[in-house]
Design a protein around this ligand. Structure first.
Ligand code: G1P
Length: 301
């Protein structure tokens, strides 16, 4: 089973930095953003490989996920065995690449990996967001197993004035992840999805639950993406193909707390994610607070 990570975007929000470094390789502490996403993708049982949908403008991502014997032995020769191990582990991850030559939207990006999924269900993880404890996709796989291996997406409540930024679901709550009583928009609630709409106007949104960027999809979606027309924003939308899938197959959604994850989609969110992980890390916290200085630290409170 594969996980797909679309990563062909230009990273315009991070210019001029992304002129030199793809945004996927910007570090959060000492590790590139995309490595957190790859590690998360490999967490659910059965996922044995990650397919990154890249653009040809960003060969650095592919180099990063290659074992570089020469570099490793140089590090070892200088007594940096621990660092060499870290470098090796990143290079040895089961990551392969396909290319999206034309940025036509998320649906198109996912379809670029169609040949890699082998008619098996697959995950899609959007790369501007990662979940440090790696449990969100694991929960989605549980819901899928409980419902005949149906497609499952992670969703979360969003204020009405923000629905037009996201994919929004229609449906009804049919239970919870662990069988306990939960309110329908609370974490762990499971919904049967009856409709999906990408970036609706607030008055047209069928609920307040938005698609967080984690999908476990039936391989049938690839056939639908093959002839999916353009939708919101003039792009080929994954949400629109999922809406078509609903007339053939069941789909479920599990409500998650989006703050379980860290956003790296804008410079401010990326900076906040670095701060959050530094504060959560026993080995980094004190040095981070000291480097921040007391004036900035007081503003954090
Ligand atoms: C994409 C999806 C959308 C989803 C969002 C989550 O939109 O199309 O359904 O809610 O990611 O971040 P984008 O952010 O690419 O416009």
């Amino acid at each position: 089973m594969k996980a797909i990570i679309p990563a062909a975007g230009l990273g315009t929000r991070f210019l001029p930095s992304t002129k030199g470094t793809p945004k996927e390789l910007l570090p959060v502490l000492n590790k590139p953003v995309i490595q957190y996403v790859v590690e998360e993708a490999l967490e659910p049982a059965g996922v044995d490989g990650v397919v990154i949908v890249n653009s040809r403008e960003k060969p650095q991502i592919e180099s990063y996920f290659h074992v570089d014997d020469e570099f490793e032995s140089m590090l070892r020769g200088r007594g940096k065995a621990k660092e060499a191990d870290l470098v090796h582990a990143a290079g040895a991850m089961p990551v392969s690449f396909v290319y999206q030559d034309d940025p036509k939207g998320l649906g198109h990006a996912v379809y670029c990996a169609a040949d890699a999924v082998d008619d098996e269900p697959f995950f899609v993880l959007l790369g501007d967001y990662f979940v440090p404890d790696r449990q969100m996709c694991v929960k989605m796989a549980e819901v899928s197993r409980a419902h005949n291996n149906a497609s499952v997406i992670a969703v979360a409540p969003v204020p009405a004035d923000q629905v037009s930024r996201y994919g929004i679901i229609a449906g009804e709550c049919v239970g919870s992840l662990d069988g306990s009583e939960v309110a329908e928009e609370d974490e762990g609630a499971v919904w049967k999805v009856t409709g999906l709409v990408e970036k609706p106007a607030p008055e047209e949104a069928p609920s307040h639950l938005f698609i967080v960027g984690r999908y476990l999809l039936s391989p049938r979606i690839m056939d639908l993406l093959a002839d999916q027309g353009v939708g919101a924003g003039g792009e080929i939308q994954l949400t629109d193909a999922m809406e078509r899938l609903l007339s053939e197959e069941e789909m479920y959604a599990v409500v998650v707390d989006p703050e379980e994850g860290c956003d790296t989609g804008t410079p401010a969110a990326w900076a906040a994610t670095n701060a959050r992980l530094a504060l959560a890390d026993d080995a980094q916290r004190a040095a981070f607070m000291e480097a921040l200085g007391s004036e900035a630290a007081s503003k954090l409170a």
